[in-house]
Design a protein around this ligand. Sequence first.
Ligand SMILES: Cc1cc2nc3c(=O)[nH]c(=O)nc-3n(C[C@H](O)[C@H](O)[C@H](O)COP(=O)(O)O)c2cc1C
Length: 178
Amino acid sequence: MKIMVIVAHPNLADSVLNKALMNEVSKLPDVRVRDLYQEYPDWQIDVEREQQLLLQYDRIVFQFPFYWYSCPPLLKKWFDDVMVHGWAFGPGGDHLKGKEFIVATTTGGGENVYRAGGHNWFTMSEYLRPFQATVTRCNGTFLPAFVSYGPSQAELPSEAKRYVEHIQSSVYALARGQ
Ligand SMILES: Cc1cc2nc3c(=O)[nH]c(=O)nc-3n(C[C@H](O)[C@H](O)[C@H](O)COP(=O)(O)O)c2cc1C
């Protein structure tokens, strides 16, 4: 299976967690890892190039730090620019049919603050619904997200390993949490 990871971090130089995850996934020979903010410093997304790239991969991973209960703004712009009517959805918009999508995000808050009654009120599955809806509207398959809830420095290696396992897992294993 061909996998493309699109990393969207506005300040990767100062990142700890996304950098560690990105470094680990970059070791995989068959996975293409991209840095969106580095590729588009002027935010002028090359839509045709992005669409051609999407066609080449079976599974697309969006990796980003969770910012204000969503993704950083360049990734939002990527969705707005690339997932357009007549290409990604609507009449003639069947190019992403059968492709799999995974959101991989990192949070500042721990897992137990992301629940009803907790400090952040809702679960990450609830917060990620706009991504699920977008992918589903575009005929893609939305797979269970990878969420890294602020591990300690000592936990980084095992977290990075958990990440590479997650994004390479079969649909069957992911759906069953194996
Ligand atoms: C602008 C901004 C908004 C943030 N919003 C959230 C948030 O809504 N929820 C949360 O858990 N963490 C939030 N954080 C914390 C980041 O998610 C956290 O620092 C990041 O995932 C750590 O990854 P990194 O080391 O790769 O930067 C925010 C951080 C910034 C700078």
